[in-house]
Design a protein around this ligand. Structure first.
Ligand code: MLT
Ligand code: MN
Length: 302
């Protein structure tokens, strides 16, 4: 199985269009701290030919331009319209995970897989009807029921604590909702097992047991510290308020996953304020704990 980080950044990307905080500012000043990173997406394939795109980011067109694996094949017999993207699976209905569906609207057949709760949010937004259901069926998937989004590639979605998308938040926001709104994905091809969890508010024993023994876990690395955006002076929200647990500290993901048997552990969905984009003490600490920092184009052969 191959797993390709199509976009390693959280909503906004790195740099973010309107941001002059240090990480983004380094791009505007011409001395970037890291290559640019696009918004959150992973592609997975059992055969290297047909790919499951997990989450469709607003950067999808540019991501395809940067990713040969996801480009149309030009060999004779392939036809004038084709795409290796055979299916799209959504882990929630946040804009950074659904807006890219609109990029895929050129009458190309593929299947959208998501829970009924996530599909309901698409159904409420008629703009997504730009994807003709006759060509692009929407298939509801049931929590904890294995399915095969592409031949030879198995997937199972399961609830992880999270919240409804920002654009559906009411007055009282539950940030550790467990249900169909936010899911993790287990992936397997009969030989390797991987999990993709780009948003997670809390890790409990049930999740640790699910992940134990996997070949790879791609996990929510949105913020390094919970009040990072407040400290940086760019926002008023904590990570917790956004449904993301932080990387560091006693309640953080490094601590929560210490001791869980994983061949590789990779942070993805990093916000542009995250110090992990830079070489420095935070990155060294996380790497010493066995974590890798995802980047656009990172491909794991599992
Ligand atoms: C998130 O991951 O918290 C969301 O993508 C934020 C957003 O919708 O901008
Ligand atoms: Mn996001």
């Amino acid at each position: 199985m191959r797993a390709l980080v199509v976009g390693a950044a959280a909503g906004g990307g790195l740099p973010q269009w309107n941001c002059a905080a240090p990480n983004s500012a380094s791009f505007w000043d011409g001395a970037p701290v890291h290559p640019p990173a696009t918004q959150s997406s992973l592609a997975v394939s059992a055969d290297g030919e047909r790919w499951l795109l997990i989450n469709a980011s607003p950067d999808l067109r540019g991501q395809i331009l940067a990713t040969p694996q996801l480009q149309p094949r030009t060999a004779p017999g392939k036809g004038l319209r084709n795409s290796p993207i055979g299916a799209v699976l959504l882990t929630n209905a946040d804009l950074d995970h659904i807006a890219g569906l609109l990029t895929l609207r050129e009458r190309q057949p593929f299947t959208i897989y998501a829970t009924a709760g996530i599909l309901e949010i698409l159904a409420q937004n008629p703009v997504f009807d730009a994807l003709d259901p006759a060509l692009v069926p929407r298939r509801p998937i049931v929590l904890d029921e294995p399915f095969e989004p592409l031949p030879g590639l198995g997937a199972t979605v399961y609830p992880v604590p999270g919240k409804v998308p920002l654009f559906l938040e009411g007055d009282s926001v539950v940030t550790d909702l467990v249900g169909e709104q936010t899911v993790g994905v287990a992936l397997g091809d009969g030989r390797a097992r991987a999990h993709y969890v780009p948003g997670c508010a809390l890790v409990d024993d049930g999740l640790r047991q699910r992940w134990a023994g996997a070949d790879a876990l791609f996990f929510d690395g949105t913020l390094y510290v919970d009040d990072e955006m407040i400290q940086a002076g760019v926002g008023e929200k904590t990570g917790r308020r956004m449904g993301h647990m932080s990387v560091s500290g006693p309640d953080g993901s490094v601590a929560a996953l210490k001791g869980v048997d994983l061949k590789r552990r990779v942070f993805v969905h990093l916000n542009n304020t995250n110090p992990l984009w830079r070489q420095g003490p935070e990155r060294r600490a996380v790497e010493e704990a066995g974590w890798e920092i995802g980047f656009d184009g990172m491909e794991l052969s599992l």
